[in-house]
Design a protein around this ligand. Structure first.
Ligand code: SF4
Length: 416
């Protein structure tokens, strides 16, 4: 179990109230900021590199490698965008981070921007997070007034202008280029024409907010401390949300590599009706392939362990599915979500997601045939191979996982 003294997110459950500068400072935020801004950016980058930090978003790229590639892009003007477009069913971290840890995020934005030579940053927040956006804007104003953002921060000569951009809840904006289009006032659709990501014509670095929140702690406590948590190649901590058929749905911070069963039993109060009542767990938001109970017994929650069982850590949002839950209905509803969220740019996802939903609807109501399951499987394979963006792939990946372990549940519903 993660020691109390190793926690990064000291207010993730709101024990100290909504984000506020005085309270955040008491918990260690903004403590050594001027010291960091006086060091050469290269020195800070090397510290982050040695920590082994990987992005806490979908792709888990090594943060220092991502920065090195970005720094090499030639441009006098560059942007940082923090993506807070959490809308994946079964994931519930963003509201808590914005509400309770906003100053940790702002300090992380400043550190990443300083290292990468960025002077203008946006936090892209989905429209549904109205109250949380107000709290975030208040935190930004507090930081500006205290000289922690804006021009000549803490008299170090460093500038960072940081703004909030409110989105309109399109799930496709989890694809970076669709988010940039939305920010530029255009229809949010992935853009594959320009090769490299640009916002307003300039290079842009995109980060998940959980990743940025970790930067101040790594610099303060050292790379060795961070890499001592977790496992080799999967260093550090992660926020996990646990929902579904558990006694106490929760959001917890734990080391990468924690056994899944420990998370469910020790933090979420166990599976409703006991472990023997467990049917499956979807380990990283609804788009990740589910795992059978036998796998959940021993699997660890990190990138490599979940990859080895043909699933993934994804958003770190566990959905626990008990035997009393109609799993076919759950999958049908998830397919409806992805059908509605397809942006329509490519036919394979636009039409495929509709056909997939129709087939699942047919089967779940007892009107389908066994041959429909074969068609469903082929549609998932083709969509996965040819969809233009990760949203299309996400929309079928969980069905492929379901078919791998629970095909028999669909067969039981078929009429012929
Ligand atoms: S895969 Fe789906 S969401 Fe992505 S571009 Fe194609 S239609 Fe749009």
């Amino acid at each position: 179990m993660l020691k109390e003294s190793d926690r990064i997110f000291t207010n993730i459950r709101g024990e100290f109230g909504d984000s506020d500068l005085a309270s955040a400072r008491m918990r260690g935020c903004w403590k050594n900021t001027s010291e960091y801004l006086k060091k050469p950016p290269r020195e800070l980058l090397e510290e982050i590199d040695r920590s082994g930090l990987r992005g806490r978003g979908m792709f888990a790229q090594k943060t220092a490698e991502k920065w090195l590639g970005f720094i090499k892009r030639p441009s006098a003007f560059k942007y940082l965008v923090v993506s807070v477009n959490e809308s994946e069913p079964g994931t519930c971290k963003a509201r808590s981070l914005l509400r309770y840890e906003a100053h940790r995020l702002l300090e992380g934005c400043l550190i990443a921007s300083y290292i990468c030579g960025i002077r203008r940053a946006y936090i892209y927040v989905r429209g549904a997070f109205r109250e949380e956006t107000e709290i975030l804007e208040r935190a930004i104003n507090q930081a500006r007034e205290a000289g922690l953002l804006g021009m000549n921060i803490l008299r170090t000569g460093v500038d960072l202008h940081l703004f909030v951009h409110r989105g309109a809840d399109a799930y496709v904006c989890r694809t970076d280029s669709a988010m940039f289009r939305a920010m530029e006032g255009r229809r949010p659709m992935p853009d594959f024409t320009c090769g490299q990501d640009t916002l307003f014509g300039a290079p842009v670095l995109v980060h998940n907010m959980e990743t940025l929140c970790m930067l101040p702690s790594i610099l303060e406590r050292g790379a060795e401390w961070f890499s001592s948590l977790g496992r080799s190649g999967n260093e550090g901590v992660r926020l996990f949300s646990v929902s579904g058929d558990v006694e106490n749905p929760c959001l917890v911070e734990e080391t990468l590599g924690v056994p899944m069963r420990d998370l469910i039993d020790n933090y979420a109060g166990g599976v409703k009706g006991g472990w023997s009542n467990l049917q499956a767990v979807i380990p990283g938001g609804i788009s990740m392939p589910c795992l059978s109970r036998e796998i959940c017994e021993h699997v660890r929650m990190d990138y490599d362990s979940l990859g080895a069982v043909s699933s993934g850590l994804g958003t770190g949002g566990l959905i626990v599915v008990g035997k009393t839950t109609d799993f076919v209905e759950l999958i049908r509803r998830a397919a409806l979500f992805f059908k509605n969220e397809s942006c329509g740019e490519c036919a394979v996802c636009r039409e495929g997601s509709r056909l997939i939903y129709d087939l699942l609807d047919l089967i779940s109501t007892g009107k389908g045939k066994r041959t429909d399951i074969d068609v469903l499987e082929r549609l998932c394979e083709e969509t996965s191979d040819t969809a233009l963006c990760p949203v299309g792939v996400s929309g079928v990946r969980f069905i492929s996982g379901f078919l791998r372990h629970f095909r028999f549940l669909l067969e039981e519903r078929c009429s012929g």
